[in-house]
Design a protein around this ligand. Structure first.
Ligand code: 4AD
Ligand code: MG
Length: 456
């Protein structure tokens, strides 16, 4: 079936030619002698108008139901009204019929309802635009790293370690549901890997090992967290981009993170202008201007201790009171990014007790060389740190958190064999996607979201 993408027709170069297009019927206006079908094939947000002259177009009778898949053959012409093109159809062919109980008949469904039909919501303009932005963003991320000589590594999905040490892992087992072990040891000894296994929460630990040979690496893959947080920002399965850079200290990695964010936002502005316009009109007024400001602005770098002072002096009553040592809550992050700085903010040097074991301890004995990048409207999109390379300090930090050093033998060995300063970060793909689309819920930037109690 030789056919042309609808996107290609809109560049105008085929006006006057006979073309064949395929797609799904989005709308149909029917009158006595004429009918007008809007066709979308997913290659662009724009629908192609198929003009049906009932005395000329063959096969049109079966091709006007909403949702049906059709092939249209005809002549491409400049649109009779407005800019753009349309097709004067000579022949329509039904490829797949669609009965009247098609749920996408209504012009506008709520996002909540659409979540109940993930297999069909992709046919809305919103998902058409979101998936294209997601794709362009992903490619831009790869391009940024490839152009800067990073090596793309694939870290394992199944691991025996918990990188974040938060105990929020999904276990991997082949035991039957009623497997009765006499002890924990027997349970794991007899399991597939002969030990505890889980889905990875982060590729960082293996990424660090690769960086200790390849210098600059990045991962880009799915990560899994069994967090019981039913929020608009947390998913049980989400994609993370994790660069790891040898010989980089905290200020170096902050520079890289800022450059990456600006590069990818600029790529989306350049390559998805229609999608951004759509999201600006429908989901976040001023979105495009916001994104342009981000590309041009200098991100704020703010010490955690100063952030706490600003919050304490704010005169605001927060649900979670602020004291030095507390973890910043969404309300605090939003106050800093939205009300004080109105731009992305790197909060640096967090108290060591609220952060992960692998972060480099600062000479003050209280804080770690870590940063979170916070953005208005979302909160944290990046978690970043310089890594602890002092084996004793690292072992001590693990022990304090109840992590068994013996299980991290390979990771510890990196501190022995040619250790060097190195840093990295994790960017949540869905979080940045929420930021660039203005969509409000992580469930709407994934094809099939996985969240607590929901696996469609
Ligand atoms: O801050 P996190 O936990 O950092 C790490 O995993 C480090 N190992 C990264 C590194 O240094 N290589 O997670 C990184 C980012 C967060 O900033 C957030 O954007 C995203 O991953 N993230 C989530 N996104 C969606 N749903 C969740 N449940 C997420 N948890 C983290
Ligand atoms: Mg974090």
């Amino acid at each position: 079936m030789k056919h042309t993408d609808i996107k290609k027709l809109f560049d105008g170069s085929l006006v006057g030619s006979d073309v064949t297009v395929c797609g799904w019927v989005r709308t149909c206006r029917d009158s006595k002698n004429m009918a007008f079908v809007e066709l979308n094939d997913g290659t662009t947000l724009n629908h192609l108008q198929v003009v049906i002259d009932k005395s000329v177009t063959s096969g049109f009778e079966s091709c006007t139901a909403l949702g049906c898949a059709i092939k249209a053959e005809g002549t491409l012409v400049a649109a009779a009204k407005g800019a753009g093109v349309e097709i004067n159809a000579k022949k329509l062919t039904l490829l797949g019929d669609c009965p009247p109980d098609y749920p996408m008949q209504k012009k506008r469904h709520t996002m909540e309802y659409l979540r109940t039909i993930p297999h069909l919501r992709v046919r809305t303009n919103t998902f058409n635009a979101m998936l294209r932005v997601r794709s362009v963003l992903s490619y831009a991320i790869h391009r940024y790293f490839q152009q800067n000589d990073y090596v793309y590594v694939h870290t394992p999905i199944i691991t025996g370690s918990d990188c974040e040490g938060a105990g929020e892992v999904f276990r991997v087992t082949t035991h039957d549901w009623n497997y009765a072990a006499k002890s924990q040891k027997e349970y794991f000894d007899k399991d597939f890997f002969g030990q505890f296994a889980s889905l990875t929460v982060s590729g960082q630990l293996e990424g660090e090992m690769a960086a200790m040979a390849m210098g600059k690496i990045y991962t880009f893959g799915p990560t899994f967290r069994a967090e019981n947080s039913n929020t608009t920002r947390h998913a049980a399965e989400f994609w993370q981009i994790e660069p790891e850079v040898a010989f980089a200290e905290l200020p170096d990695i902050i520079e890289i993170a800022e450059e990456l964010i600006k590069y990818i936002i600029n790529a989306v502005l350049t390559e998805c202008p229609e999608e951004i316009k759509f999201f600006d009109e429908r989901f976040e007024k001023g979105l495009e201007a916001k994104l342009r400001r981000v590309v041009e602005s200098e991100f704020k770098v703010l010490d955690y201790t100063d952030a706490v002072e600003i919050l304490k002096k704010s005169g605001k009553t927060f649900v979670y009171p602020v004291e030095w040592g507390c973890d910043l809550q969404t309300e605090h992050e939003r106050y800093l990014t939205e009300e004080v700085f109105n731009k992305p903010v790197f909060v640096t040097n967090y108290p060591k007790d609220i952060k992960a074991f692998y972060m480099k301890q600062n000479p003050d004995g209280k804080t770690v060389a870590a940063t979170d990048l916070l953005v208005p409207g979302i909160g944290e999109i990046i978690g970043c740190s310089e890594r602890e390379v002092d084996a004793d300090k690292l072992a001590q930090a693990m022990e304090q958190r109840g992590i068994k050093v013996a299980e991290y033998e390979n990771y510890m060995a990196l501190r022995k064999f040619g250790a060097c300063p190195h840093s990295g970060f994790g960017l949540g793909l869905e979080r940045i996607l929420l930021y660039v689309t203005g969509l409000g819920n992580i469930r709407d930037v994934q094809l099939f979201p996985r969240t607590v109690g929901d696996l469609k």
